[in-house]
Design a protein around this ligand. Structure first.
Ligand SMILES: [Zn+2]
Length: 300
């Protein structure tokens, strides 16, 4: 086995089939912007297709919960002109090897192990210089939607629909636009905290807050914000850099990480609320038991 075939792939099966954006053409051509990174991802994706695992884990939109999916492959194979196979571009050391077969398109269907009528599909087009994902069902934003539902109450309808817009744009290959929505969610969390804290009624604090930068605002509200948010102020800086300076491709590449960061912040708020609610309920119930015991205890 060569070092090339044993290195860790840059993309997992799940990322390739279910999270990779649609219509984002990945060029293999040398000299193309970020072609080295793109070539690695595309080649790994094709390798992943050739060597499928028995199954992959994913949320099932019909079961409404996490499940495991069995994979079935299909592909149209055509002859590639010698010397132009993308696999050879990825590994110049193998350039004397003749690769004559090339996929024209390939697809994967996935069958839910909890119910075999629940299916998912992904379809890719491939030519000599590029690969393009042309179809997926359910969409990656539908798949995320199952997990996202738990944030609906916390975010309210306006912010919740913005979170869905972020994932919808990402699954359609719109990187910078998806960052705009993620940043609005982040800002919303900071402003919500600001509106809730008693110190915000202080005129001097308000004045300072209004002219402060976002990282300074986070410091000012440190004790009222989720720990993950205050420890990861850079999420905001990266989202802003994405909107102003990064390319669509770069934003798409970083989307999942930043989305996870937002999820971690939202999860922390929900967990805290659940803990507090449980404690309140337990306190109330304990008070009732104490009252009952007091009333029923007989004087000695
Ligand atoms: Zn299912």
């Amino acid at each position: 086995m060569t070092a090339e075939s044993t290195r860790t792939p840059t993309i997992t099966h799940k990322q390739f089939y279910l999270e990779w954006p649609l219509y984002k053409r990945v060029e293999f051509s040398p000299g193309h912007e970020s072609s080295v990174e793109n070539t690695k991802i595309a080649i790994d994706g094709i390798e992943r297709f050739k060597n499928p695992p028995a199954d992959i884990d994913s949320y099932c939109v019909q079961c409404n919960k996490e499940s495991s999916f069995k994979l079935f492959r299909t592909a149209q194979i055509i002859k590639a002109p010698q010397g132009l196979h993308p696999m050879r571009l990825s590994n110049p050391a193998n350039s004397t090897k003749t690769d004559k077969e090339l996929y024209e398109y390939f697809g994967i269907s996935m069958e839910c192990k909890l119910n075999s009528s629940h299916k998912m599909y992904a379809l890719f087009l491939l030519d000599l210089t590029s690969i393009l994902k042309i179809g997926q069902w359910p969409s990656s934003s539908d798949l995320k939607g199952g997990n996202e539902k738990k944030y609906q109450r916390l975010l309210g309808s306006k912010k919740y629909s913005e979170l869905k817009s972020a994932t919808r744009l990402f699954s359609g290959g719109v990187g910078i636009g998806s960052f705009v929505y993620l940043r609005r969610i982040f800002e919303g969390l900071v402003f919500d905290a600001y509106e809730r804290v008693p110190i915000a009624r202080d005129a001097i604090f308000r004045q300072q807050f209004e002219i402060a930068r976002m990282d300074e605002r986070i410091d000012m509200l440190r004790e009222y914000l989720p720990e993950f948010l205050t420890a990861n102020k850079k999420v905001y800086a990266i989202l802003s850099k994405g909107i102003h300076e990064l390319s669509d491709d770069e934003c798409l590449r970083y989307f999942e990480v930043l989305y996870c960061g937002i999820e971690a912040i939202l999860d922390e708020i929900i967990e805290k609320e659940e803990r507090e609610n449980k404690a309140k309920k337990a306190e109330y119930a304990l008070g009732k038991i104490r009252g009952t015991l007091k009333n029923s205890s007989k004087p000695k």
